[in-house]
Design a protein. Sequence first.
Length: 180
Amino acid sequence: MKSRFNQALVLGCLLGLGSLVSGCDSKPQPLPATNTSVQKYEEVKTLQGLVSNDAGPLKTGVIKVLTEQEQLLTQIDVVDGPHYSVDVPAGTTLPILLAYYPTADAGEAQRMIAAVVHAAASKFDINPLSTRIAKQAKDLGGYTHKNLVRAAESTGTVPASNKTTAGFHGDPTTQYGGWH
């Protein structure tokens, strides 16, 4: 009985029925595109944040604001610190990308990105995690709220429920496996 189930599971996966058959692989599967309302900036919007990599804050570089099709909208230089502030032109349709390059002539392999999908948000840190989330969201079908959430959930490390500090209501001597 169990081997027939496994055969059906493998067959379902091979036939592309992964969304109907649970267990084909652990990677999130792309969702079909749904009609969502188009968001855009009605007036100039200032976006800001912090640029960092695994070694820490980055003090120099270039931030480019790109359309989803990678067309340049505007750019600024990052100087004397990891904080940036860039004005996005009125009429810009979302999603857009905030792309950090270490130098003006750096290639795509050296860039880090953050995807912007909500017109109301204005703070976007650009770092290796934001880059992984944006890339995975694109692989899931594009820069949408739903795909960014799915990418963030599968990219981040989620602690076991008894290991979290926020909302812990149990015996403090058992939290994190006891006192250290």
